[in-house]
Design a protein around this ligand. Structure first.
Ligand code: FE
Length: 346
């Protein structure tokens, strides 16, 4: 697994938000696609290059944070040069759908390749990979038998022992949205009140920071996305690998609905003048080879059942994934934010 040169890509994002050939007045030829991607360039461009070469077309790639790209799409409206918008988290994809950023796509191939619960119910966006929000725990301080569900993390047993990032983060919002969708408001609020009381510290940092905090003894468990742990286990940075080795992964809710999953995904923009070609690109991203590469480089799970997974993920073994339609994560997003706020989750 490659080590990511984050600074270089951050600089690229900041310095090159516009691709030279993408003036808004430009009329796109049939052989050209503009892709707005919240995924960093090295996590998607090699695939786009493959599609570009195989079809003899040009692809212009713009990378930035998902929310910034959505704001740009909204501002550009029908004049947007974008054909495809690719981002992470169903909550964000749903937001883009509500903002009218996508057009419905009819593709037998996409419908056959991508399970129904991993795409928009209106066929406006499609999952390209899945990630699992898991519990990681300190191997030397936590008895794995004490772990079971997300819900159990509200019990007094975990008082002062949990690290998790802030409620402003959409991964947590989507986890809470999944609870609202399956258990309703009052159960979720009860859970939130107990869970937030168990925090070892005020939420800060990203998911990797929570794993490092567990490794450093600041807390005993953390709730994080699976690919961060995989990334640390395969990191070229010794301190990241050492931290990851001190923790183990628990798949939550294996005896009921399954572990909470989310997606990265994409859709064809409403403004696209080239929706047929854009649809072909989405279909290409769902082909077995693409799925294998994309899931491997992101340490995620492919949406295509037959695509191979990374060795680290294989070692973690099989798990039961929640089958909740990820559209629900978007539908319940604003209720989740309000409930987290009421519970005092900073
Ligand atoms: Fe992430």
């Amino acid at each position: 697994m490659k080590k990511h040169a984050n600074c270089v890509y951050l600089a690229a994002i900041l310095l090159a938000p516009y691709v030279a050939s993408m003036g808004s007045s430009k009329i796109l030829s049939e052989g050209e696609l503009n892709v707005y991607s919240a995924r960093k360039e090295h996590l998607i461009k090699p695939l786009l290059d493959r599609f570009s070469e195989a079809n003899n077309i040009k692809i212009n790639l713009v990378t930035a944070k998902g929310d910034a790209l959505l704001a740009r799409l909204k501002a550009e409206g029908v004049n947007s040069p974008a054909d495809v918008f690719l981002t992470v988290d169903a909550g964000r994809l749903h937001r883009a759908q509500l903002a009218g950023a996508f057009q419905p796509i009819k593709s037998d191939l996409l419908q056959q390749s991508i399970p129904a619960h991993l795409r928009s119910d209106k066929d406006e966006w499609f999952g390209l990979s899945t990630r699992v929000r898991v519990i990681v725990y300190a191997k030397d301080r936590v008895d794995a038998d004490r772990l079971s569900t997300y819900e159990s993390l509200s019990s007094a047993e975990w008082k002062g022992r949990i690290c998790v990032r802030s409620s402003g983060n959409i991964y947590n919002q989507s986890l809470v949205a999944s609870m609202l969708a399956t258990q309703g408001l009052s159960h979720t609020e009860q859970w939130l009140n107990g869970f937030t009381k168990n925090f070892a510290r005020q939420p800060s940092g990203g998911d990797r920071d929570q794993i490092k905090a567990v490794a450093a003894g600041q807390c005993d468990i953390a709730v994080v996305n699976s690919y961060y742990l995989a990334g640390m286990l395969t990191s070229s940075d010794d301190s990241e690998r050492d931290a990851a080795d001190k923790v183990a992964l628990h798949w939550p809710n294996q005896n009921d609905r399954g572990s909470h999953i989310n997606i990265s995904g994409a859709g064809v923009t409403r403004s696209s003048k080239n929706s047929e070609l854009a649809t072909r690109l989405l279909e290409f991203l769902c082909a077995a080879d693409s799925q294998h590469w994309y899931a491997q480089i992101n340490n995620e799970y492919p949406v295509l059942a037959k695509a191979e997974i990374h060795e680290v993920l294989r070692k973690w073994g099989e798990f039961k994934a929640d089958q909740l339609n990820v559209t629900k994560l978007g539908i319940y997003n604003s209720d989740a934010i309000l409930a987290m706020d009421r519970a005092g989750w900073k």
